[in-house]
Design a protein around this ligand. Structure first.
Ligand code: F6P
Length: 362
């Protein structure tokens, strides 16, 4: 069994609520009896590329106050700058992985914990294999699309925010007799849309996993009108495509594109087909920040404690996970390789149909 004195930890990929709660759990567990020091690495792998390396010891005393309750990550993070294809200012992409590994070694750590989604955990695993780093992953992503775990940190809070969004929109929709279209994040998975739509009483939910026909959506809205309803709530996942199959994306400063804007297309189509007055809300990054829900704090605590215990047992190249009402751990390679989309035949879709929610089925 390796002698563990110092563990490094970093947050990588898009932020979400509950990351500070994970850091807290790792630091508090490491301090129990074993007296392990935890070193927080700044800005994901960017902190290991910097010279001097950007990292600082995380003292348990830091976590007695507000951090359990706060959104974001005190370590900072990035979802850009893959060290295996690092974007240079002249447009070239170069492999800087050895510099990251060298930065890690300079910290004299015995193991590394990475908190990330599928993309960042895959990169961190590749670095760990190349550099012989003893690594454990903790899943976080509001998209909840990682395989082999039922939940990832941040997801429950994002669903809560989107549900609150529908609660707010319902009142104004009914006051103005409007169709409110709310676009939510989730990347290529419709979990946030489907779950928040059910929790928030949506009439229509469109997810990328289920092709839609706008006539079906329009028919649902006409049907509600004929029953005397003066408003409707429509939830659209950001990766839903136009009827001609195009994704709606936005170019971002610093390069790359992200999903965003399909809600406007859907609202326009609904308006054309039904004559209804429509308005659009793109929830965007509201779903990522804010106070972590109780559920996310609990999962963060469970995952953080389990990750340290894996390290103490010498069990590496694994990801902590939640399955069947308990914490487990799975081979990291399997987890990052298994994208988990909404199952069109699964219980959430069946529930939505059972409630009479229109999924737009083409
Ligand atoms: O993966 C998390 C996520 O919030 C997605 O739901 C969304 O598509 C994307 O990240 C947005 O990325 P960015 O923070 O770069 O705008």
């Amino acid at each position: 069994m390796p002698q563990i004195r110092r563990i490094g930890i970093l947050t990588s990929g898009g932020d979400c609520a509950g990351l500070n709660a994970v850091l807290r759990a790792v630091v508090l567990r490491a301090a129990q009896g074993d007296g392990i020091e935890v070193v927080g690495i700044k800005q994901g792998t960017a902190g290991l590329l910097a010279r001097p390396v950007e990292a600082a010891t995380l003292d348990p005393a830091m976590f007695t106050g507000t951090l359990l309750r706060s959104g974001g990550t005190i370590l900072g993070t990035t979802n850009r700058g893959d060290p295996f294809a690092y974007p240079m200012s002249d447009g070239r992409k170069i492999d800087r992985s050895e510099e990251v590994i060298e930065g890690y070694r300079s910290l004299d750590l015995d193991a590394l914990i990475g908190i990330g989604g599928d993309g960042s955990l895959a990169i961190l695993r590749r670095l760990a294999v190349q550099g012989g780093i003893d690594f454990v992953g903790i899943p976080k992503t509001i998209d909840n699309d990682l395989g082999h775990t039922e939940v990832s940190i941040g997801y429950a809070t994002a669903v809560g925010v989107a549900t609150d969004g529908l609660d707010h929109l319902q009142a104004t929709a009914a006051s103005h007799s409007r169709v409110m279209v709310m676009e939510v994040m989730g990347r290529d998975a419709g979990h946030i849309a489907l779950n928040a739509g059910i929790a928030g009483g949506a009439d229509v939910i469109l997810v990328p996993e289920i092709p839609y026909a706008i006539e079906r959506v329009a028919a649902k809205i006409e049907d509600l009108k004929s029953q005397g309803r003066n408003f409707a709530l429509v939830v659209v996942a950001e990766a839903v495509k136009t009827e001609s199959g195009d994704a709606v994306t936005q170019s971002q400063s610093g390069g790359g594109t992200t999903y965003g804007g399909i809600g406007y297309y859907i609202a326009e189509q609904i308006s054309k087909a039904t004559g209804a007055e429509t308005r659009v809300t793109v929830l965007g990054h509201l779903q990522r920040g804010g106070t972590p829900s109780a559920r996310d704090r609990i999962m963060a605590s469970i995952f953080g404690v389990h990750a340290v215990e894996l390290i103490l047992r010498g069990a590496f190249d694994r990801m902590v996970a939640w399955s069947g009402r308990t914490v487990i751990d799975v081979p990291l390679a399997d987890a990052v390789a298994a994208f988990r989309a909404v199952d069109p035949k699964g219980p959430m879709v069946r529930t939505a149909r059972g409630l009479g929610i229109c999924l737009g089925d083409a």
